[in-house]
Design a protein around this ligand. Structure first.
Ligand code: COA
Length: 157
């Protein structure tokens, strides 16, 4: 899914606000652009009012990026900018990602997150379950180690 430069700007504007620098989770513009030139990657945006069609004067509240292989999709990145959090936008965007994955014929969604990320509450509420741990997988800027938790959502139908 090729993204127009304006949409990459929108993704980057959220990326720069949303990910705490100490965890090194944010991607740079080149990584985002490269991923989105590959046919199996897709993205979605959400505006402050929950809309997915953003006019040029609207701020971007959040985005997701996913990559599918056969009938499995990985949620690569998912973020809501800090000033728009706890208003239900993350829930709405995740539901949209899940609905689209299902409509695209996916059998399973997979993701990996650092242990104790508050996003786990949101994932659990949407039916994700933990399927694995990579001990001490991430290293913070301060040098400490954090486990990576793998989660999946399987579509039963
Ligand atoms: C995770 C994230 C996307 C949530 O976005 P959000 O718009 O605040 O989420 P919502 O408002 O839809 O929250 C839905 C529910 O998730 C849970 N939740 C969200 N953030 C939470 C937090 N910081 N602590 C505890 N529970 C939280 C709550 O149950 C919440 O419902 P409630 O507000 O009615 O209690 C956002 O915090 C974020 O971008 N974090 C940084 C990036 C990141 O870590 N992404 C995930 C990578 S794996």
């Amino acid at each position: 899914m090729i993204a127009p430069p304006d949409d990459i700007d929108r993704i980057m504007s959220v990326m720069e606000r949303a990910f705490p620098p100490e965890f090194g989770e944010a991607w740079n513009r080149r990584q985002v652009g490269d991923a989105l030139t590959v046919g199996n990657c897709r993205y979605g945006l959400i505006g402050p009012d929950g809309s997915d069609v953003l006019d040029p004067n609207t701020d971007t509240a959040g985005f997701f990026m996913g990559r599918s292989i056969l009938d499995e999709e990985e949620l690569l990145l998912f973020a809501i900018a800090p000033q728009y959090r706890r208003q239900g936008l993350g829930r709405q965007l995740l539901q949209r990602f899940i609905n689209q994955a299902r409509a695209n014929g996916m059998a399973r969604i997979f993701l990996e997150m650092r242990r104790d990320n508050p996003a786990s509450y949101l994932y659990a509420a949407h039916g994700f379950r933990e399927i694995g741990v990579r001990p001490a997988y991430y290293r913070t800027a301060a040098g400490s180690r954090i486990d990576a938790i793998s989660q999946e959502l399987v579509f039963d139908d």
